[in-house]
Design a protein around this ligand. Structure first.
Ligand code: GN1
Ligand code: MG
Length: 338
C-alpha cells in the first residue's frame, strides 16, 4: 500500500479495512492531511475501471457547475492528477472522507424518506446531463431478461447437487416469470425514459448526519453502477432493502416483515423530487419496481449458488442459497402487503 500512499502524497498515520459492500475492498486511511477512503475496484466484476472513473468525473464536473452546493464524492487526484491508479494488476481510487455515517439497517421511516429524497435528487440534478453519454460500467446490469437467461443457464449447467436441493426455489422463480415480460414491456415503452440512475440504492449507500437529534441524509455514495437506467431500479432497490428490519443475509425467514411506514416514506421522499419528471406509465409501475428488484436479486443469488458462488463468493456453504431464500420470502411478503 505504501506505493499507493506515495502517489497521493499522503503521510499515513493509520489504515484500516472497512467492512463495506460485497464487491470492492475499502480502507479508511488517516493521514496528516485528513482522512480518506481508499478502495480497490474489483476488476473481475468491473472489467473497465476507467469507465467508472470517467463517469464519476463527468457527473462530478457537471454537478460542480450546475449545483455548486450539492455534496458529491469527488475522486481524489494523485500528485500527478490521476483519479485512478493501476498498480500490480489492481485498481485503486480514493475519496475525501465525508463527515457523516452510513447505516446498515433502518430504524425509522424518516431515514427511508431522507434516503429516497437523496436518490431522487441525484437523478433529478442530473436530468440535463446527457445520460446516454455515460459509459456502461456493467453492461446489462439490471436487464431482467438477461438475468433470467443466466438463471436458466445455471439450471442447465450448474452444480447438480445444488440444483436438486433448490427445486422448490427454482420452481418459484419460474412460476413468477411474468415479471420478466412486464419488465420487457416497460423498457420498450415510448413513455419510459432512461435517466442517470444509481443502481445500488441500499441504505448503506447514503451518508447521514445527526444535528441535535435531527437525522438528515447528506449525500449518496458508491457511484460504481451509475449508468443510464430506469427509475424502477432505484425505487425497487429501496423497497428491497428498506422495508424489512433484517438484511438479505437473514436466515430466519420469520424475521422478514414489511414496514408499511417505510414504504410510504420512500414514496413520499422520492416523489417529492421526481414526480414531475415521471410519466403516468412510469408511475403506474411504482409498485412493480419492488417486484422487479426483489425478484432479480433472488434470481441473482440463486444463480450464483448454482454456479458455485462465482460472482458473490460465499463465507460459508450455502450463503447465496440463504440469501435467495431470504429474497423469495421478501417477495412473497411484499406481494401480500402492497
Ligand atoms: C452488490 O457490492 P455491493 O454490496 O455494493 C451488487 C448489487 C447487489 C448487492 C446485494 C456490482 O453490491 O447489485 O444488489 O451486492 N453489486 C454488483 O447485496 O453486482
Ligand atoms: Mg455497490
Amino acid at each position: 500500500m505504501k506505493a499507493i500512499f506515495e502517489q497521493y502524497g499522503w503521510e499515513v498515520l493509520g489504515c484500516e479495512p472497512l467492512n463495506q459492500g460485497l464487491i470492492n475492498t475499502t480502507y479508511s486511511v488517516n493521514t496528516t492531511a485528513g482522512e480518506y477512503i481508499l478502495q480497490t475496484v474489483n476488476h473481475a466484476i468491473f472489467k473497465n475501471p476507467a469507465a467508472i472513473d470517467s463517469t464519476i468525473n463527468a457527473i462530478g464536473s457537471f454537478l460542480k457547475v450546475q449545483y455548486p452546493t450539492y455534496l458529491f464524492t469527488h475522486l481524489q487526484p494523485t500528485i500527478l492528477g490521476n483519479t485512478l491508479i493501476e498498480w500490480e494488476g489492481q485498481f485503486f481510487r480514493a475519496f475525501k472522507k465525508m463527515n457523516g455515517y452510513a447505516l446498515n439497517v433502518l430504524d425509522n421511516p424518516n431515514q427511508a424518506k431522507e434516503a429516497a429524497i437523496q436518490f431522487g435528487r441525484f437523478t433529478n440534478n442530473l436530468n440535463q446531463f446527457p445520460a446516454k453519454d455515460l459509459q456502461l460500467t456493467l453492461p446489462d446490469f439490471h436487464n431482467l431478461s438477461l438475468r433470467y437467461h443466466q438463471f436458466e443457464q445455471a439450471i442447465n449447467a450448474g452444480n447438480l447437487k445444488r440444483i436438486e436441493q433448490s427445486i422448490n426455489e427454482i420452481a418459484f422463480l419460474k412460476a413468477h416469470k411474468s415479471y420478466v415480460n412486464k419488465y420487457d414491456n416497460f423498457v420498450i415503452s415510448k413513455e419510459v425514459k432512461q435517466r442517470v440512475t444509481h443502481h445500488d440504492t441500499k441504505i448503506s449507500n447514503v451518508l447521514f448526519q445527526n444535528n441535535n437529534g435531527v437525522e438528515k441524509a447528506i449525500c449518496v455514495i458508491d457511484l460504481d453502477t451509475v449508468m443510464p437506467g430506469y427509475y424502477i431500479s432505484d425505487i425497487g432497490d429501496m423497497f428491497r432493502t428498506y422495508l424489512s428490519p433484517v438484511t438479505e443475509e437473514e436466515a430466519n425467514l420469520d424475521l422478514i416483515v414489511i414496514n408499511k411506514s417505510n414504504f410510504e416514506a420512500i414514496q413520499d421522499g422520492y416523489l417529492s423530487v421526481m414526480k414531475p419528471e415521471l410519466s403516468n406509465f412510469e408511475l403506474d409501475h411504482f409498485n412493480f419496481s419492488g417486484q422487479f428488484m426483489i425478484y432479480m436479486q433472488a434470481l441473482r443469488f440463486l444463480t450464483d449458488h448454482l454456479n458455485n458462488d462465482q460472482y458473490y463468493g460465499a463465507k460459508f456453504e450455502g450463503q447465496n442459497y440463504v440469501r435467495a431464500l431470504n429474497q423469495i420470502r421478501l417477495l412473497e411478503i411484499f406481494n401480500e402487503t402492497v
